[in-house]
Design a protein around this ligand. Structure first.
Ligand SMILES: Cc1cc2nc3c(=O)[nH]c(=O)nc-3n(C[C@H](O)[C@H](O)[C@H](O)COP(=O)(O)O)c2cc1C
Length: 253
């Protein structure tokens, strides 16, 4: 496709962006990026006829503050493909929630996918994904989307999920900073919800604002930003059973 397309994404640790941009570039060489983590500008409405929208799955839902940002878009009937990226456990109601919000925003969702990336809280799960096989799946999905666009079809798709959705995910605790913290403020700058500040020469994290998205943990240059060890242990116990399973990517078109 020679025409520009819009690409909306939220990717605190990079997996969603890798998957979403690969799909977008398999549809068009000219991709206009909209990073939903951007705190300094409102989300722009799509200028082009087609958008790819990719978000991560948090607790079987999409992150609540990203849902709010997506609700502010006015798409006026423009077409979109949606992608929910999850860490090999389950995506549950996330894709349905994403599509319902985008339909309300005026998008005509013609294709959707649930793709797997390394788990951002437990990196041993789906380690190394997306991998070569995932990129093959994305190319194949991209081709099918192009064919559907070229056919002019406006057929909307049905995706799995339940309504009412699972309860909204809320952070039971926030990341903490160890003594290795050098107060470089990279975490403050990257936090998409402005949950981190400095108080009495120490980092403070507001649990009511923290989405537990892991952007601060990923960005910390001294690896001082970590999940509280009891929380990491609980997550390991919950997720270790999914380590030997390779979830397949799913597409709906
Ligand atoms: C707070 C939180 C909740 C998550 N919940 C789920 C989940 O319900 N199911 C799942 O399979 N993965 C879950 N994950 C893993 C992410 O969906 C996955 O790692 C995704 O790739 C993260 O996107 P990113 O790499 O763009 O940050 C969760 C991750 C976080 C940080």
């Amino acid at each position: 496709m020679s025409k520009n397309i819009d690409f909306y994404y939220f990717s605190p640790t990079g997996g969603t962006e890798k998957i979403g941009i690969y799909l977008a570039k398999s549809i068009s060489e000219c991709v206009v990026e909209h990073n939903l983590a951007d705190k300094n500008a409102p989300v722009e409405n799509p200028k082009n006829e087609f958008s790819v929208i990719a978000v991560p799955v948090f607790g079987g839902r999409i992150p609540a503050f990203i849902a709010e940002k997506l609700k502010s878009i006015k798409a006026s009937g423009k077409k979109a493909a949606t992608v929910a990226v999850y860490g090999n456990r389950a995506y549950e109601d996330a894709l349905l929630e994403l599509n319902n919000i985008l339909n309300e925003s005026g998008f005509c969702v013609i294709a959707s996918g649930a793709f797997v990336a390394q788990h951002s809280m437990y990196p041993e799960l789906a380690a190394g994904r997306p991998d070569e096989k995932d990129f093959e799946d994305l190319s194949c999905f991209g081709k099918k989307i192009l064919e559907k666009l070229e056919s002019g079809s406006e057929d909307q798709i049905k995706v799995p999920g339940n309504y009412p959705y699972k309860p909204e995910f809320s952070a039971p605790a926030t990341p903490i900073s160890t003594e290795a913290c050098c107060l470089c403020k990279k975490c403050i700058a990257i936090c998409p919800t402005d949950a981190i500040c400095i108080s009495e020469n120490k980092l403070k994290t507001d649990i009511t604002k923290c989405a537990l998205c892991m952007a601060c943990v990923k960005a910390c240059p001294t690896h001082a930003r970590i999940l509280p060890p009891p929380m990491s242990e609980k997550i390991r116990q919950m997720l270790a059973k999914f380590k030997d399973i390779r979830r397949k990517n799913e597409t709906y078109i």
